[in-house]
Design a protein around this ligand. Structure first.
Ligand code: NAI
Length: 425
């Protein structure tokens, strides 16, 4: 079995201190988790539960894991991407009472899945996933645990897609909340979080400007909208590629150029994929690209840019900067891939992931969903469930109170009017 991170790093004390400092900074800017912490500390809702987590292990996620532990859970956590872990935070998290962290940056496939197994060996009663790797491993290799699992939560679009496909095949054997699909998560985290952090990570990794560049955004879903909006706000020209006609029309009406990737390939200076799909940028596109282009992916898995094809086409490949791999074509053009085609906002060497405030919202929803599973898990059948709206509202109300924002409430007459069909002209 994989050892916890603390037993595998050099100078664990320095790492712990550095990780703890990052966690404390995040915590100061996470009023929702802070408010839930007071409640959980007093009520101990998770006493006796084991929460298994596979998520991007950095400061904000560490606050969520700590929050569950403070509420009485035993927590075992690992990464959900081989490049997104901050080792110092992982060590600091491992030092929190009730938490064991197996996450380490830069692991190979075998080590990645060994760490997932190490989490499963804690025999979780609740799972919290970002991408569904934990749920998949439990169903495939540890089905005997399913009877004692109350349920789980899924953080991202791709994970929810995978869960729904599993559910459609009749293979999902316990209830899962689609945390990704809540307004408090998707309208903020996917849009603003991915937009801001992807652009910040690309700019910091390359030290290049957005102004005057043509940025091709593949996919105009929640993440793509955020990336396009923020790139446009940085004075870039934005081109959108889509496969869904209404999304393509939305992008067109927003004022962006909409083109097939076959044409966009020759136009772009920077390409950012946000589709959750595979083979979005492939060899014929590489053929058409200009010298010096940047290629980045913000979708969950590293399958959106066909790096195998690019490697085969290249006559040379070298590290141009930390986190940037240049592929030199026969005609001398250099195509630069960031973060090995993995989530650019989380996997470049300097990446910090989403801004703290948006993760406070997403993880606030995660935390109340775990509470719901403990309190009422038996009411949910196996399958994918929308998060009850009252839980999402609860998180929104905590956030508004923390921001000092007051808002109106419906009067009785208004409620009655909105709920009736008799009132016409
Ligand atoms: P979404 O479903 O709202 O949007 C995806 C869009 O891509 C859709 O409009 C779809 O029509 C389009 N698309 C699919 N195949 C395409 C193709 N071949 N070419 C062009 N467009 C195509 O999904 P959302 O929420 O925007 O998530 C997208 C991906 O980003 C997922 O993998 C999700 O897990 C991931 N994600 C990443 C985050 C990050 O931190 N980088 C944060 C949140 C989500």
């Amino acid at each position: 079995m994989t050892d916890p991170i603390t037993e595998r790093v050099d100078e664990p004390e320095a790492a712990r201190e550095s990780g703890r400092r990052k966690m404390e900074w995040a915590r100061q800017h996470m009023p929702i988790c802070e408010s839930l912490r007071e409640e959980f500390e007093a009520d101990q809702p998770f006493a006796g539960e084991v929460v298994g987590m596979a998520m991007h292990v950095e400061a904000k996620t560490a606050i969520l894991a700590e929050l569950l532990a403070v509420g009485g859970a035993e927590v075992a956590i690992t990464g959900c991407n081989p490049l997104s872990t901050h080792d110092d935070v992982s060590v600091a998290l491992d030092a929190v009472e009730g938490v064991t962290s197996y996450a380490e940056r830069g692991v190979d496939d075998e080590e990645y899945y060994a760490a997932i197994e190490a989490v499963i060996e804690h025999e979780p009663t609740i799972t919290v996933d970002d991408g569904m790797d934990l749920v998949a491993a439990i169903h495939e290799d540890y089905p005997e645990l399913i009877d004692t699992i109350v349920g789980g939560c899924e953080e991202t679009t791709t994970g929810v897609h995978r869960l729904r496909a599993m559910d459609d095949d009749g293979e999902l054997a316990y209830p899962m909340f689609a945390v990704n699909d809540t307004p408090m998560k998707r309208l903020f985290d996917n849009v603003h979080g991915t937009g801001e952090s992807s652009l910040a990570s690309i700019a910091m990794t390359t030290n290049l400007s957005w102004a005057g560049k043509t940025v091709v955004v593949a996919g105009y879903g929640h993440c793509g909208k955020g990336v396009a909006k923020k790139a446009s706000g940085q004075n870039a020209d934005v081109v959108v590629t889509e496969v869904e006609p209404r999304r393509a029309l939305e992008a067109h009406m927003e004022g962006y150029d909409v083109l097939p990737m076959d044409e966009a390939a020759a136009e772009g200076d920077v390409f950012i994929t946000t589709t959750g799909n595979r083979d979005v940028i492939v060899s014929e596109h590489f053929e058409a690209m200009d010298d010096g282009v940047l290629l980045a992916n913000a979708g969950h898995f590293d399958v959106e840019i066909d790096l195998d094809a690019l490697s085969e086409m290249a006559v040379d490949s070298y590290e141009a900067r930390d986190g940037v791999q240049a592929y030199e074509m026969e005609d001398g053009r250099r195509l630069n891939v960031l973060a090995e085609g993995r989530l650019v906002n989380l996997a470049t060497p300097i990446a910090l992931g989403h801004p703290v405030e948006v993760m406070d919202q997403s993880f606030g929803v995660q935390a109340v969903c775990v509470r719901e599973l403990v309190e009422s898990g038996e009411e949910y059948e196996a399958g994918v469930h929308d998060v009850p709206d009252r839980l999402d509202r609860e998180v929104a109300e905590i956030k508004l109170a923390a921001e000092g924002v007051e808002f109106d409430a419906l009067t009785e007459t208004q409620s009655e009017y909105m709920g009736s069909w008799q009132h016409g002209t």
